[in-house]
Design a binder for this molecule. Structure first.
Ligand SMILES: *Cc1c(COP(=O)(O)O)cnc(C)c1O
Length: 382
């Protein structure tokens, strides 16, 4: 069995932390966070109205190259709204990957829809266009421009690929397949702010993409999310739904449909705006760390996960691919015992009790990765 003493020493050296606990990912507040927060309090604009929300949305749209961005309370409800806007309803099915954070599958469930799990690529850890095509060809037929699952009789309404740990999946091929099969595409780019596929920002290939600004993500707003659009009218509709579907009127409270209270508060946007000013520096630091890791692990014959072909990754969480489950478990045991935080990937969603009866394609790559991949400390060293 491999001895990971050298790896632990190296991680401690890189983070310049000889003894203290090293977390997986810590946020850094080195800019205007306090200044903007004070401004919220001084002006009393702390809640659902305020200039920071608008500014944060505008700057995220510019950064990602989206036409419009709409801020939400968190990434999970941004996903929920994206599914609602894509027409996902009761008894629909939504294809996603089983190797993702639970939020992806939960948001599908909020619509009364069921997830269908399709395999990932070993090279990206994100939804595999080959597996998607194979699944659709085998199990689905197109009737009146609807994609019908022949086994269940239900409509496959949408597909939600995820850019795992910040590494872009083959999103352009997935987009072509979804268009061919009349399936709405939503990009879960919660982990991939600052990641590009073929020089285009992740989350902007599909009609709707989402980001998360939870505390462990590349930049944080405390809690927060964002919807990305290339269609102005759809963005306007998203904002309407996220603000209790209130119609604009000088004094009356008029709501024209059932909406949601999903609007990001101004204090969260204030933090986000300050964080965004540092994003380029943060990504640069994260990529520098990734290069150091790559060199060290290559020298030590440990398989370090490198950004996929045609992609530029934010390296949100760095990954090792260990030899097998036994080696993975001894790595997790040894590192965590020594105060260096490491984690396996999420328990596969198709194995969780509430999603156990969902339909699955062949999941060999997913299962192979789940036994071997670990995340190692990845905070940006500014
Ligand atoms: C973080 C994350 C989300 C959203 O999470 P929130 O905590 O609600 O912001 C969604 N999907 C994935 C894959 C994530 O990692």
């Amino acid at each position: 069995m491999a001895n990971f003493k050298k790896t632990i020493q190296y991680i401690r050296q890189v983070f310049n932390e000889p003894e203290a606990f090293i977390p997986l990912h810590a946020p850094v507040f080195s800019g205007n966070e306090k200044k903007y927060l004070n401004e919220c309090i001084d002006t009393t604009f702390v809640s659902s109205v305020g200039k920071f929300v608008d500014q944060f949305e505008t700057k995220i749209a510019i950064y990602t190259g989206s036409t419009k961005a709409v801020a939400c309370v968190n990434g999970t409800n941004a996903l929920h709204l994206a599914l609602v806007l894509s027409g996902v309803e009761q008894n629909h099915e939504v294809i996603t990957q089983p190797l993702t954070f639970i939020a992806t599958a939960n948001a599908i469930s909020y619509c009364g829809a069921k997830p269908v799990f399709v395999d990932v690529d070993k090279e990206t850890m994100g939804l595999s266009p080959d597996a998607l095509r194979a699944f659709l060809n085998e199990h689905c037929e197109i009737i009146n421009n609807n994609c019908i699952n022949k086994t269940t009789g239900n409509t496959i309404k949408a597909c939600v690929p995820m850019h795992t740990f910040g590494h872009p999946c083959r999103i352009d091929e997935i987009k072509t397949i979804c268009e061919q099969f009349h399936i709405a595409l939503i990009e879960d780019a919660a982990e991939s702010l600052g990641s590009y596929y073929k020089s285009k920002h992740t989350g902007t290939f599909a009609p709707i993409g989402i980001l998360s600004f939870n505390g462990n993500k590349t930049i944080t707003t405390g809690g927060g999310g964002m919807l990305l659009f290339n269609d102005e009218a759809l963005a306007t509709r998203a904002k309407h739904l996220s603000t209790q579907a209130k119609t604009s009127h000088p004094w009356a409270f008029l709501h024209d449909e059932i909406g949601y209270n999903y609007r990001m508060p101004n204090i969260n946007a204030a933090i986000g705006l300050a964080q965004l000013e540092k994003l380029n520096e943060i990504i640069k630091a994260k990529r520098k760390l990734a290069h150091k890791y790559a060199a060290f692990f290559t020298d030590n014959k440990i398989d370090y996960f490198v950004e996929p072909k045609d992609a530029q990754s934010n390296y949100w969480l760095n990954c090792l691919v260990l030899k097998n489950k036994e080696e993975r478990d001894s790595f997790l045991e040894e590192t965590n015992k020594k105060g260096v935080m490491t984690r396996p990937v999420w328990e596969l969603i198709n194995r969780l009790p509430m999603f156990q009866n969902c339909m699955c394609g062949d999941l060999s790559n997913t299962e192979w990765l789940a036994d071997r991949v670990v995340n190692i400390p990845s905070s940006s060293l500014l």
